[in-house]
Design a protein around this ligand. Sequence first.
Ligand SMILES: NC(=O)C1=CN([C@@H]2O[C@H](COP(=O)(O)OP(=O)(O)OC[C@H]3O[C@@H](n4cnc5c(N)ncnc54)[C@H](OP(=O)(O)O)[C@@H]3O)[C@@H](O)[C@H]2O)[C@H](O)CC1
Ligand SMILES: [K+]
Length: 508
Amino acid sequence: MKIFTGAQIRELDKYTIEHEPIKSIDLMERAARALTRAITDRWGNCTKVVVFAGPGNNGGDALAVARMLAERKYSVSVYLFNISGKLSDDCTTNRQRLTECKAVKEFTEVINEFDPPKLESGMLVVDGLFGSGLNKPLAGGFASLVKYINQSSATVVSIDVPSGLMTEDNTYNVRANIIKANVTFTLQNKKLSFFFPENQKFIGELNVLDIGLSKDGMKSLSTHYSVLEESELYPRILHRGDYSHKGDMGHALIIAGSYGMAGAAILATKACLRSGVGKVTVCTPRRNNDIMQVSVPEAVMCIDKEETYFSEAVDATDFDAIGIGPGLGQQESSAIALITQIRRTQAPIVIDADGLNMLSSHRAWLQQLPHGIIMTPHPKEYERLAGNHFSDSYERLASAMDMAERLHAFIILKGHYSALCMPDGNIVFNPTGNAGMATAGSGDVLTGIITGLLARGYKQADACLLGMYLHGLSGDIAAQSLGVESVVASDLINYLPQAFKHLYGIVS
Ligand SMILES: NC(=O)C1=CN([C@@H]2O[C@H](COP(=O)(O)OP(=O)(O)OC[C@H]3O[C@@H](n4cnc5c(N)ncnc54)[C@H](OP(=O)(O)O)[C@@H]3O)[C@@H](O)[C@H]2O)[C@H](O)CC1
Ligand SMILES: [K+]
């Protein structure tokens, strides 16, 4: 599903108006009907409603919703903020319709003085001050109103976007001046800023309402950002021939685990084995040998000459993919072995965890990474890799997008919505996964899955998309059965077969 910018939403509006065709005011009426339905489905008409409308089309939506609620016998008080004496055309028409509607008991047009109404628990505030047309942080009277609403105990429903929140970049926004909604009813598509964890407290529970914008219009607009849809994976899935033998299914190499961190190697290796690959070899220090042999009997061992850490690059000629980094430690000799390994390897590579940390300590090496390399940092690992601190997720994502393009790399920024930044500048958010996956070892499992998929024959982009999706799906199935509090990384491996079965079940 594409994620449109504010400017593209305006384009889509125009396209729908011209091609459906539909008058702009009727499109607003359609949006207001969808919003009203969503509100009346949840709150009965004994709920007292206070509507705050701004000067643009977000305010127009709010005025239309106020009228529709009043017609359905809700007690509605409406405040329209017309400070600059300039309303959008559709907002003006809806002001007219509202004043003609006898059911509306209280309508105040605020021109300068504003005496705020009492907001109490049990009341519903409809926030229609600003939506996708906000072009600077809120200040002055609007900022005071937002603070007044936020400190009240009323329930707040935001139309389209919590007022004050930008649809994309909030790096320089004033966070105290953004509505904290309990529920946001957004129109047609999720906005980019909804994918960033620090904005969740403004959005509350998110619901997307279909307002019938042109499907052709959406298809023809190209976007940099999208959310992965399961159906996009179906044509990418590789099928195993009935007569396949393990030699056809790929040979993966996992380089992981220093002494005391054998668990990371075990998790990555098991996840790799569960991802359809024919054979997995693990390179790990001597002292991990016994525990590895016992824990993952299916894996072949390639023991490093050092007792406790990775010290020597492996001959990679026979491997179809390499995953390197989980629990590897950050010894200087491991760093040298890491870059030697990267230089020597022709097969696709996934770097994670300490592999990334060691690259961060030798940032000049980034230029030597082969095109198509996959890196899977969590936010802190990415900051170290970029050598920069970012003030928010948008800034971090923009930097990762730039790095992916410069290095021709695939960078998966892990998080609530993991984001795959591709070398062509596109970014895909993964919709699966849950808070239960914020647990040690979860990343090692992802490294194992992607390495397994690469060795199995998937191209980098497909391995990343499928890997992120399956990893999250397995977490969702695990959480369903165990509860989010109790999920641990090994559960992600245990439920991985069900995630695979789900996808393969649909396409076979
Ligand atoms: N396709 C759809 O999704 C539809 C969406 N609808 C609704 O329309 C809004 C977007 O409407 P728009 O008029 O473009 O924008 P807003 O209502 O959000 O705000 C524009 C007005 O706000 C002023 N503005 C902007 N920033 C500030 C600020 N920081 N402080 C004060 N005023 C501000 C701006 O004035 P300028 O002079 O600065 O331009 C405008 O007056 C969308 O969110 C939906 O709710 C349609 O109803 C249906 C289709
Ligand atoms: K709003």
